[in-house]
Design a binder for this molecule. Structure first.
Ligand code: ZN
Length: 176
C-alpha cells in the first residue's frame, strides 16, 4: 500500500465534485486514472518500454509541426492513456491531471490538491496494454498518428492554445 495525496475535482459547468488520487511523481511509476470514475492504475517505467516507445513515436510524428516542448508533452499526455487497455469501468485511462467532467464532459473541470491536505492508502493495479502489445510496429505508428489527429481539438479546449492540425496529406506511412 502507498500513501497518496488526494485531489479534489470540481466541474464549473454542472457542479459535480469528486476526489481522486494524485500522482506521487516518483521515478518508478506513473499514475493513470480512468476518465469515468478516476480508478487508478500504475505504469512502471523501469520494466515497461511502452512509455519510451510512444514518446519517441510522438516526437517523430510531430517533427514537421511548429510545436514547443510543452505542446509535445501535452500531446503525449493526451494520448498515452488511450493506448492502454480500458479501465475496469469501461473508460480510457488518462495520465495527466487534466480531465473532462465525467458527468457533463465539460472541460471546465478543475483538479487541485485538497486543502487541508487529505491522504488515502491505495494499491493501484498495473496498467495493461494487451492491445498495444498485439500490434506490429507499423500498426502502432498508425494508431498514434490517428490518436493525435483525433485528440488535437481536445488540447485546444484544455489549454486554450492552438495546436496545428496535421495536414490532410499526412499519411502514417510517411513516418519512418
Ligand atoms: Zn460537469
Amino acid at each position: 500500500m502507498s500513501k497518496y495525496l488526494l485531489f479534489r475535482g470540481e466541474c464549473e459547468t454542472c457542479g459535480f465534485k469528486t476526489e481522486m488520487l494524485s500522482n506521487r511523481n516518483d521515478d518508478v511509476t506513473r499514475l493513470l486514472l480512468s476518465e469515468r470514475t478516476f480508478k487508478p492504475a500504475l505504469f512502471y517505467y523501469d520494466e515497461d518500454p511502452m512509455y519510451d516507445e510512444v514518446s519517441a513515436l510522438v516526437k517523430k510524428i510531430v517533427v514537421g509541426l511548429e510545436l514547443d516542448e510543452m505542446q509535445k508533452v501535452d500531446i503525449f499526455f493526451e494520448i498515452f492513456g488511450s493506448l492502454c487497455d480500458l479501465a475496469p469501468d469501461g473508460s480510457e485511462y488518462r495520465i495527466s491531471e487534466i480531465f473532462r467532467c465525467p458527468k457533463c464532459e465539460s472541460c471546465d473541470f478543475g483538479c487541485d490538491p485538497t486543502e487541508p491536505p487529505k491522504y488515502a492508502e491505495a494499491e493501484p493495479p498495473k496498467v495493461k496494454h494487451e492491445y498495444w502489445d498485439s500490434l506490429s510496429n507499423d500498426e502502432r505508428r498508425m494508431l498514434v498518428v490517428n490518436r493525435i489527429q483525433d485528440r488535437l481539438p481536445n488540447l485546444e479546449n484544455y489549454r486554450g492554445t492552438t495546436i496545428p492540425i496535421l495536414p490532410k496529406w499526412y499519411h502514417p506511412n510517411e513516418i519512418k
